[in-house]
Design a binder for this molecule. Sequence first.
Ligand code: SF4
Length: 59
Amino acid sequence: MAKINIDDSLCTGCGLCASTYPEIFEIGDDNVARVIAKSVSSDAKEVADQCPVSAISIQ
Ligand code: SF4
């Protein structure tokens, strides 16, 4: 299992991650994505590549 982090200073709130993986991400009231899943399958690694501003990192 992997842990996902979002760099708040980079996220533009585009919503791509939340629409692709709604079980993992949501867009908060501050228009920044946040992780709602405790841990995720390593399959979700591809979402880090899809973020247009590279705000998502996987550990
Ligand atoms: S895809 Fe990236 S920029 Fe867009 S909401 Fe998710 S973390 Fe933020």
